[in-house]
Design a protein. Structure first.
Length: 317
């Protein structure tokens, strides 16, 4: 009887050692695959198969060691790499194009993109909950949480900046550095944090900042102008947004004009705002259908204003 119990205990010990040895093997394999995947991303050769292979390894890792936080972080990381396949790029152009817009407008109407971002968040949150102390990819996991929180829109941008605004960028993996600056700029602008935007612009001008998003002088004026607008510093906003405008009716010019007209409306100069919007709308071939709606909103809020546009016709168009 005693011998049987002893053999049973010995068998349990061996099984436990084999279990942990296998889990460790999965950990090493996942880490090597992660580094290989990062190198492929850096060279622009990361393909669907490599992402799927890495995800399969990360999932196996979590199954063999279901309390290891790194396993769940790596699942979230593999899902993040999948976003580019869904057309979601955290680059300079997408940031400038979507500043001031809801995050959901940036990701589009894809159900798969929605579910992927949700999965990224919950895997990163699971990793955080299992961690008794910061792990190797702690800062990278914080960026995934920042991404998920921005998508969820449960917390105000001001709160997100407080929670994620001081991540040590030197510890971020290369593919997440520009994502972090993207998210920080996006939320800082929405928060109307003009000082924070100045700080971000300073970061991107630092000679040591070699990867990620950088802004032209015109874009800097645009960013600072929008920041002041959200902070309700309308005089400062008008000055900077006017410097950002050009004769080219691109996104920056269009957004600057719409914001300028909105400021006029807020300052009880609504007719001046309508005139500005009309001129731009007609000169650009009536392309932006939101402009007549904005003019109609001004007139509804302050009856007696006049417009050259046939708002009923423009609405149908």
């Amino acid at each position: 009887m005693v011998l049987a119990l002893g053999l049973s205990a010995l068998g349990f010990t061996y099984r436990k050692e084999i279990y942990f040895l296998f889990a460790k093997d999965q950990s090493v394999r996942a880490e090597k695959t992660k580094e290989k995947t990062i190198e492929l991303w850096k060279s622009g050769n990361l393909k669907e198969k490599e992402i799927e292979d890495f995800q399969a390894i990360a999932i196996t890792y979590s199954e063999k060691d279901p309390t290891d936080p790194i396993a769940y972080h790596l699942i979230g990381r593999s899902l993040f790499w999948n976003l580019s396949r869904l057309g979601i790029q955290f680059d300079h152009d997408s940031l400038i194009l979507h500043l001031g817009s809801p995050f959901r407008e940036f990701i589009g109407s894809s159900v798969l993109a929605e579910s992927t971002l949700d999965s990224i968040f919950w895997n990163a949150r699971t990793a955080e909950s299992y961690a008794s102390s910061p792990f190797t990819d702690w800062e990278n996991n914080l960026v995934l949480l920042f991404l998920g929180e921005t998508h969820r829109s449960v917390k105000r941008p001001q709160v997100l900046i407080q929670e994620y605004g001081n991540i040590d960028r030197s510890k971020l993996s290369v593919e997440l550095q520009s994502v972090y600056i993207w998210l920080l700029t996006f939320n800082t602008m929405l928060a109307g944090d003009a000082t924070g935007l100045d700080k971000l612009i300073t970061i991107t001008k630092d000679p040591n900042y070699k990867l990620g998003i950088q802004f032209t002088p015109r874009e800097e004026n645009f960013l600072r102008g929008l920041g002041k607008y959200y902070k309700k510093d309308y005089v400062g906003a008008l000055s900077l947004l006017r410097q950002a405008k050009t004769t080219n009716p691109d996104t920056i010019t269009e957004t600057s004009i719409i914001t300028e007209a909105t400021i006029f409306h807020l300052q009880n100069l609504s007719q001046k705002g309508i005139d500005l919007l009309e001129e731009f709308y007609l000169s650009t071939g009536k392309k932006n259908s939101e402009i007549p709606l904005l003019i109609a909103k001004f007139i509804k809020e302050k009856p007696g204003l006049k417009t050259k546009l046939d708002l009923s016709l423009d609405k149908k168009e």
